[in-house]
Structure formats: structure tokens, C-alpha cells
Design a protein around this ligand. Structure first.
Ligand SMILES: Cc1ncc(C[n+]2csc(CCOP(=O)(O)OP(=O)(O)O)c2C)c(N)n1
Ligand SMILES: [Mg+2]
Length: 315
């Protein structure tokens, strides 16, 4: 693996991002901040982008917000198209006919947890030399806030509405990194836009690892529109998701899991739930059972990660 350049301050990043202003993503859009950080971390890359808010909001014909090679693909084609481009660039660059750029497949949680998962698994199994970045805004936002495998228990989406029949989503969030890491790839991690240094450093690490095989990062990217909080709170919400232990920050490098941001005194999950209109109903005493189930799941998940960390190289 080639050397990484750790980032510690803003001036360590390029002055200008290849993700340009004028796109149509919302004010306070977590995925927009994610994309900006990705392009600052890796200014020269080929981006393969599955359908979703980022694709729709950044390439309204005949305009594009991307000053980097970018291609839109169908959900199922995201990882395979990236694999093909990476293989072609490897061959062409060996012949001196093209520059070898990192190839990033970018997809939302719907694209990654659900719709494109089979094809992603294929790319990971083949150990294709790509970087897969999932921006997780916890639902299918572009089509109207439908629940995905990434939505956590109790959340009110348009396909899991909280009301008389159900108190929001009935299932827990899928363990994406567990699935990814079970392919025994060189690098897998989670990140949050709040911990931007950690995120940028992980993206650069992923680029370096992609010389050996796939590298995968699952990024927490809140959506003010779907989660229904004030747009100015996006970074605060990202922070609360981490500090409540709802979204743990860790990486799996060479089979060893490491928690990168250890939350020793978690903020009560209520602090996170109460500022979003799609989760506020969980604080209603009639939904106490769901809240308890959610709390138990968060704690179980944290303990599970601590146990995996202690267990050594288990992936
Ligand atoms: C195979 C297929 N199924 C469903 C759709 C409809 N669709 C377009 S965007 C989208 C939501 C994608 O959600 P996500 O990947 O989480 O991205 P977000 O919109 O949240 O950014 C869906 C379901 C589609 N275009 N193709
Ligand atoms: Mg989404």
C-alpha cells in the first residue's frame, strides 16, 4: 500500500472542490457535504453514480456540477461499471495510453443496502480494484422518503408511517459493513461528515487500498428534508448519531476491527430523536416499547463491535 497523507486542518485540503456550486441539492444536504468532502479528498477520480438524490440533483440536463469524470448508471450496474472502468484503466495505463485514476462507485443507502447489493457482492467477491462509497441518508429520499434496509427501527417513512396501525418501521437497520466485511476485502469503514478529518483520511486510505482490491466506506449523511429537522442542524445531527452510539465509527483493516471514535458516555438517544419530526413520535409514552427495543438494539450493536474488536482478526 502506498503512503497516505493524513489531513488535520482545512488548509491540508485543496482550495477548490471538483464538485461545483449551482447544483440542485437541498440547503443543508448531508449527501452534498459528503460529495464535497469526497472530491476534496480525491480530486482526480472517475465517479460512477447510481440513481438517487446526488445523481438527480447534480446533473440536470444540460448542466453538471462535476468537474471530474462522472457517469450515471442504473442501481444494479454501479459496482460492475466501476469494476469495468478500473480494469480498463489498469490495462490502458500499463500500455501508456491512459492515466490510472481511482474509480469510485457512489450510491445511496437504497442503492447499496437493497437494490444494488447483489452486484456489489459480485465486485467484492472478485476483489475488483474499486472504491465503493455509500452515502446513507437512511431512506429512499429521491422518490419520496420510502424506508430502506438502512432505516432504523421506529422511523416514520412514507412506507412505514407511524399511526394507529404501526409505530414506524418494524425492522432494525441492516448490518451493511458486516455483509461487506464477510467478503474479506482489504478495507471497510464507517464515517460521519461531522468527523470530516477521519472521513477524508479514510477515503484516501480506501484509494490506497484499492490498488489491492475493493475498499468500502459507509458514510452517515443526514437529510433535512426526509428527517425533517432545520437545515442548519445537519452537522449537529451527524454528531448526535455518533455520540448516541446509533452510528458507530470504526474500520476493518486487514481483518481487524477498530473503533475509531470511542463513545464512552453516550448521549441519550432521545436527544437525537426529538429534533427530527420523522422520529419524534418515539418519545410518545404509547411508543415506549419501540423506544426500548431501539435502545436495546443500539447497545447490543455497540457491544458486538467492542467484542469483535477484542476478538482480533475475525474478518
Ligand atoms: C431498479 C430500480 N428500482 C427503483 C427505482 C426508483 N428509484 C429511483 S431513485 C430511488 C431512491 C434511491 O434511494 P437511495 O439510494 O437511498 O438514494 P437517495 O435518493 O436517498 O439519495 C428509487 C427507489 C429505480 N430507478 N430503479
Ligand atoms: Mg437514501
Amino acid at each position: 500500500m502506498s503512503k497516505t497523507n493524513p489531513v488535520s486542518k482545512i488548509s491540508d485540503l485543496p482550495e477548490e472542490s471538483k464538485f461545483r456550486p449551482g447544483h440542485r441539492l437541498c440547503a443543508g444536504c448531508g449527501p452534498a457535504i459528503t460529495v464535497k468532502l469526497i472530491t476534496l479528498a480525491v480530486p482526480e477520480a472517475v465517479i460512477v453514480n447510481a440513481t438517487g438524490c446526488v445523481e438527480v440533483g447534480t446533473t440536470i440536463y444540460p448542466y453538471s456540477a462535476w468537474k471530474t469524470p462522472w457517469v450515471h448508471v442504473l442501481f444494479q450496474n454501479n459496482a460492475p461499471v466501476a469494476s469495468g472502468i478500473a480494469a480498463a484503466l489498469e490495462k490502458l495505463s500499463a500500455e501508456g495510453r491512459a492515466k490510472k485514476l481511482p474509480v469510485i462507485a457512489l450510491g445511496g443507502d437504497g442503492a447499496t443496502f437493497d437494490i444494488g447489493l447483489g452486484a456489489i457482492s459480485g465486485a467484492l467477491e472478485r476483489l475488483d480494484k474499486i472504491i465503493y462509497l455509500c452515502y446513507d441518508n437512511f431512506a429512499y429520499m429521491n422518490t419520496g422518503i420510502q424506508r430502506s434496509g438502512a432505516t432504523f427501527l421506529g422511523v416514520a417513512t412514507t412506507t412505514s408511517p407511524a399511526g394507529k396501525v404501526i409505530p414506524g418501521k418494524q425492522e432494525n437497520k441492516k448490518d451493511l459493513i458486516g455483509i461487506v466485511a464477510s467478503h474479506h476485502i482489504p478495507y471497510a469503514a464507517t464515517a460521519s461528515i461531522w468527523l470530516w478529518r477521519d472521513m477524508v483520511n479514510k477515503i484516501r486510505k480506501a484509494v490506497n487500498y484499492s490498488e489491492q482490491g475493493p475498499a468500502f466506506i459507509h458514510i452517515l449523511a443526514p437529510c433535512q428534508f426526509g428527517w425533517r429537522y432545520e437545515p442548519r442542524l445537519t452537522v449537529k445531527v451527524s454528531r448526535l448519531a455518533v455520540e448516541t452510539r446509533l452510528f458507530p465509527i470504526y474500520e476493518i483493516e486487514d481483518g481487524q476491527l477498530k473503533i475509531n471514535y470511542r463513545v464512552s458516555k453516550p448521549v441519550p438517544i432521545e436527544e437525537f430523536l426529538k429534533i427530527q419530526r420523522w422520529t419524534r413520535h418515539l418519545l410518545d409514552p404509547k411508543n415506549v416499547d419501540v423506544l426500548q427495543r431501539l435502545k436495546a438494539w443500539i447497545e447490543w450493536n455497540w457491544q458486538r463491535l467492542e467484542n469483535l474488536e477484542k476478538a482480533g482478526k475475525v474478518f
